[in-house]
Write a new protein. Structure first.
Length: 361
């Protein structure tokens, strides 16, 4: 009998979330982001669902793109970080990958390469994130050089990335958009700015291409509640089961470090999931779980393979009962707050030890 842990995937929810993205930007093409193993959901599983529905896919690196090609994914794939060395350009051209150009080295490699086919290029401009992208003052130069080289196809896309679009109170997104509009105005090209936050909350950011990632998996990146985010449906529901029950007298401690002490005679359920399975080690006491659809609270530190839960107030808890750690009925963002992190980290750090199981195809 296998451990009962599962990261259950509702692929119907995935398709629904992509339809939400399309409705929010009806005049834009959709670049669906499946980097980091499909945000921890399984890149091949996710890409097979999205390749017929999105206009293109995006990953971080050529290794992630090759994995998808090897699995039979034929959709266009953009390398969001571009190539890391000149030799990767040949592979990109051979396998039909689109490449990001965000610095002088990448552009020079492209200009000097001998390629079997020219490649589609996305030129990234730094409008305030200060992570990747060329300086705005060099946009025209890079644009002209990409237009001049035979190694770049003519359908150039210019794009940027938001630093604070999740915060609706910040003025930075408006400032980035104003700068992006100004520098792109004299450069005839397709444009892209909206990531998930941009799609959900900044309609002026929806240019020719939008780039949904986190929202496709049913989670909102926004700090505040937003009506557009209420339509999203979680794709992953992390589940396990109760494997032991015990009664603990008042005053007794539970778990490593005695961080939880029973204030009353308590009933404690042990659940076979821990940080070795992707559950966050820093989840605090009182982090909620669902047992038989009812809320209970974490009691004691998260172990590698187990957690302990206070079920004193729940009737009829038995060994074998299902436990939901996040997903349907229990928002991932709530768990992330209890663990002092963000939902992105929870899903992308999900290890192979926890099987991905498609429950709705």
């Amino acid at each position: 009998m296998a451990r009962p842990n599962q990261a259950r995937l509702d692929l119907g929810a995935l398709r629904h979330n992509l339809s939400v993205a399309r409705k929010l930007a009806p005049n834009s093409k959709v670049l669906a982001v499946v980097k980091a193993n499909g945000y921890g959901h399984g890149a091949v599983i996710i890409a097979r669902q999205l390749e017929a529905l999105a206009d293109a896919l995006a990953v971080a690196s050529i290794e992630e793109a090759v994995e998808l090609r090897d699995a039979g994914i034929s959709a266009p794939i953009l390398l969001l970080e571009g190539v890391f060395e000149a030799e990767e350009l040949g592979t990109a051209a051979q396998l039909g990958f689109w490449i990001t150009i965000d610095n002088e080295w990448q552009l020079r490699w492209l200009e000097e390469a001998v390629l079997p086919e020219p490649v589609h290029c996305w030129l990234k401009v730094d409008t305030g994130m200060h992570r990747l992208g060329i300086a705005p003052g060099r946009a025209q130069e890079f644009y002209q050089r990409l237009k001049a080289t035979d190694n770049a196809l003519d359908d150039l896309v210019i794009y940027t990335h938001f630093a604070s679009a999740d915060d609706l109170q910040s003025s930075q997104t408006k400032e980035q958009l104003e700068l992006f509009d100004a520098l792109c105005k004299p450069l005839p090209a397709q444009l892209s700015a909206a990531n998930s936050s941009g799609l959900l909350a900044w309609p002026d950011a929806c240019y020719d291409w939008v780039r949904p990632g986190y929202m496709l998996y049913g989670n909102s990146p926004l700090i505040e509640a937003h009506p557009n985010a209420t339509a999203l449906q979680p794709v992953m529901t992390l589940t396990s089961a109760v494997i032991s029950l015990r009664d603990v007298p008042a005053g007794e401690a539970v778990g490593y470090g005695a961080s939880w002490i029973a204030r009353r005679p308590s009933r404690i359920a042990t659940v076979t999931i821990g940080y070795g399975d992707g559950y966050p080690r820093l989840a605090a006491n009182d982090t909620p779980v669902l047992i038989n659809g009812q809320r209970a609270s974490l009691a004691g530190r998260v172990s590698m393979d187990m957690i302990t839960v206070d079920v004193t107030d729940l009737p009829d808890v038995h060994v074998g009962d299902e436990v939901v750690l996040w997903g349907r009925g229990l928002p991932m963002a709530e768990i992330a707050r209890h663990a002092g992190t963000i939902g992105y980290e929870l899903t992308t750090r999900m290890p192979a030890r926890t099987p991905r199981v498609v429950i709705i195809a």
